[in-house]
Design a protein around this ligand. Structure first.
Ligand code: PHE
Length: 339
């Protein structure tokens, strides 16, 4: 029996396999219940007591050698590249450098969340737009000086194609495809041909809102905006509406909130007035409803629009607009905690 074991030991040392299937076949041949080694274990029972110790030890050596060989063959067929084998691919990379959300994304999301709770759905549209959706459908007559309110980037040689100056173009796109009740907000980037400074940029972000239904009143608008201001800036925030002009709303207003830096007493942010402007709003001009396929004798609507940068400036007390687009990590990392 000793000889038989010795032969098997030699045999096992020289085993080789090309893939997992072959390794498995060897395992079955040597180590399974019906395998060669188990047969030897059975024979071992009839070995005379005096030989049991020696043969028993040899048998164990054989069993271990077989097990080790099968394991190492299996390792080999699983991984031919020794370098790759040495890498622990399940290991977590450390230290993990986490990014942070951009302050504008944080504020935009907060605005969206507040209006979502009020039942507003989100609408989206293209940044490169046509004249109709940005101006004409919004009641800016051709050659009307109101077009100069928003300095426009035109696509060269296509006077009809431009970068949208406001996301009211999305309102127009929503109205042309759906009938009231309509309750949407349109977040997006807009472009205006302005000199870049601490207070102005050639692109910025807006969230505009539109509500069209049978009985919509200015009171509804005011209530929704008050709720928004208090959710965004704190429950003691007050609002005031000043008459204004937009081609697409009548009557139109600009909304101020009480300055939360000085609490209304007057400071440099509110220029001593106690109020800071945050958005434009008004009742949708019936001409806009009609131009976009909604019967203005049946339906009314309100609309509002705000700059995300403006809201972020006030919320985080940021004085220079350029910080939002300069990608200075020292600035951006300040918002990590707000994630
Ligand atoms: N579209 C206006 C702007 O960009 C904002 C606005 C929207 C005003 C809706 C009133 C109503 O300035």
């Amino acid at each position: 029996m000793i000889e038989k074991i010795e032969t098997l030991l030699d045999e096992i040392k020289s085993l080789s396999a090309n893939d997992e299937k072959e390794v498995e076949a060897l395992r079955i041949k040597y180590l399974s219940k019906k395998g060669v080694i188990n047969d030897l274990m059975t024979d071992f029972r009839s070995v005379p007591a005096s030989d049991k110790r020696e043969i028993g030890m040899k048998l164990n050596e054989l069993k271990n050698a077989a097990q080790e060989k099968i394991n190492s063959l299996r390792e080999n067929v699983r991984c031919h590249d020794e370098n790759a084998c040495a890498l622990d691919l399940t290991c977590t990379p450390y230290p993990v450098k986490l990014g942070s959300r951009h302050p504008l994304s944080l504020v935009k999301q907060e605005i969206i969340d507040i209006f979502a709770r009020l039942g507003f759905a989100m609408a989206d549209g293209p940044e490169v737009e046509d004249d109709w959706h940005v101006f004409s459908s919004m009641n800016f007559p051709e050659d009307h000086p109101a077009r100069d309110m928003q300095d426009t980037f035109f696509v060269e040689q296509h006077p009809d194609i431009l970068l949208r100056t406001h996301t009211s173009s999305v309102q127009s796109r929503v109205m042309e495809h759906s009938q009231p009740p309509i309750r949407v907000i349109c977040p997006g980037r807009v472009f205006r041909n302005e000199v870049i400074s601490a207070r102005a940029h050639c692109f910025f972000h807006q969230v505009e809102g539109l509500y069209v239904d049978r009985d919509v009143s200015f009171t509804d608008l005011k209530q929704v905006l008050l709720l928004f201001a208090q959710e965004m800036f704190g429950k003691d925030t007050k609002i005031r509406l000043r008459p204004s002009y937009f081609p697409f709303t009548e009557p139109s207003a600009e909304m101020d909130i009480s300055c939360d830096i000085c609490g209304g007493k007057g400071c440099s942010l509110c220029k001593g007035t106690g109020w800071v402007e945050i958005l434009g709003c008004g009742m949708v001009d019936p001409a806009v409803l009609d131009a976009n396929g909604i019967d203005s004798t049946q339906f009314k609507g309100y609309a509002f629009g705000m700059g995300v940068e403006r809201i972020a400036n006030l919320k985080y007390k940021i004085k220079d607009l350029r910080l939002f687009s300069e990608n200075d990590l020292r600035f951006l990392e300040e918002f990590t905690a707000a994630n």
